[in-house]
Design a protein around this ligand. Structure first.
Ligand SMILES: [Zn+2]
Ligand SMILES: [Zn+2]
Length: 378
């Protein structure tokens, strides 16, 4: 169940635009994602507040909401907010919040905006670590609202024309006197459009606009990280009544890699090394994320967990020519499936080993003795 927009903004149903705005600003400040990083509840609240204010600040939308409730917007919202792997979501009108704040802080002189700015959209794009390394040009499909081709945006069946609304004489607004005041509000009969459509176009059901996928190229630069946002200015939802389009935010997520683990700009890779190589020294070949190979020299007596750094073989740093490093961690492997002969050789090896052959085990044993004796004063 969706909360009532007035409840969301903690206002009465008849609240003036000023009251709504004051309350909206207070709540938007309180629940803004920048102030509540990682708090999903606050983020949800922030979206709710934005959505409620977006509707109630607008005469036309408010009139529609007062009359039809949430149902007034469901057709439009459901198309995008639906589940089922749809990567789209409303990002909330971030810029709107800040424009409002700054407009006021700068001491008035607000630019008068024609119409309503379209909503910001969010697109979740998942890329591989290789893509994050090299950068990539991704083609995405963005659903947008375009004028209906059948009726050329009029909303009426071809051959019919929308009629002028008789309630408001085509003004879209009606006046009502209440005591000393004359209140102008959006006309309910035509929902503020000034026109009545008697024969709705079958293609767009009278809306005058249809949803269409648009292909967009997104340039993902090398070095992006989980959560990096790319803003495509003006590629969000179309504005209403001649207003500018919203922005499209690409939210990136980087998939796990089977070989490399990322730590900011550095990469980590575990390289299994045979115990013979670890004991006698040698070299191992390791992969690099650019698809190449690198040789790492293993010194005599290398232990498990020892790290070797390959400078500048890590991730590129976003918008810079710098590179992180690649760390290779040695993992000494205990051999399995030994033949009888191999086992004999190992037993021979064991009997021949002297003090200092296994420094860690010897050190551990020494510490154990101390611990047990220390715990028992006898
Ligand atoms: Zn149409
Ligand atoms: Zn009307």
């Amino acid at each position: 169940m969706k909360r009532c927009y007035y409840e969301t903004l903690e206002c009465q149903k008849g609240a003036t635009v000023e009251i709504l705005k004051t309350s909206y600003r207070k709540l938007a400040m309180q629940f803004h994602p920048d102030r509540n990083p990682g708090d999903a509840t606050a983020e949800g609240k922030f979206k709710e507040i934005n959505e409620a204010y977006d509707v109630l600040k607008d005469d036309q939308k408010r009139a529609a909401y007062d009359r039809f409730g949430h149902a007034a917007f469901e057709a439009g919202m459901g198309a995008r907010a639906g589940a089922g792997g749809n990567p789209f979501d409303f990002a909330g009108s971030f810029s709107d919040v800040f424009e409002d704040f700054f407009g006021d802080l700068m001491g008035g002189e607000r630019k008068t905006r024609r119409g309503n700015r379209g909503q910001d959209l969010r697109y979740n794009l998942s890329i591989s670590l290789e893509d994050a390394f090299r950068g990539r040009n991704a083609e995405i499909k963005v659903p947008t609202t375009v004028a209906c081709e059948t009726c050329h945006g009029s909303g009426s069946e071809p051959g019919h024309n929308p009629e002028t609304c008789t309630t408001c004489s085509g003004h879209g607004k009606v006046r009502a006197s209440k005591g000393f005041f004359t209140i102008e509000r959006s006309c309910g009969a035509c929902r503020g459009s000034g026109k009545i459509i008697r024969h709705p176009c079958k293609t767009c059901r009278g809306a005058g606009a249809v949803q269409k996928d648009r292909l967009l190229n997104v340039d993902v630069p090398p070095g992006v990280e989980e959560g990096t946002r790319i803003r495509l200015s003006g590629e969000g939802a179309a504005g209403l009544g001649g207003g500018p389009s919203g922005d499209l935010y690409i939210f990136l997520s980087v998939e796990e890699h089977p070989i490399f683990q990322r730590d900011a700009h550095d990469l980590h890779c575990r390289a299994p090394v045979s115990f013979v190589t670890a004991a006698l020294g040698g070299s191992v070949e390791v992969p690099t994320l650019d698809g190449g190979r690198a040789k790492v020299a293993i010194p005599e007596g290398a232990q498990s967990g020892r790290q070797f750094r390959l400078k500048d073989k890590g991730m590129p740093v976003l918008r810079s020519s710098q590179r992180g490093d690649l760390y290779i961690e040695v993992a000494v492997e205990t051999p399995v499936k030994l033949t009888k002969r191999q086992k004999e050789l190992l037993r021979e090896f064991e009997s021949g080993s002297q003090a200092g052959t296994h420094p860690e085990a010897e050190g551990f044993l020494a510490r154990l003795k101390e611990f047990w004796n220390g715990g028992d004063p006898a």
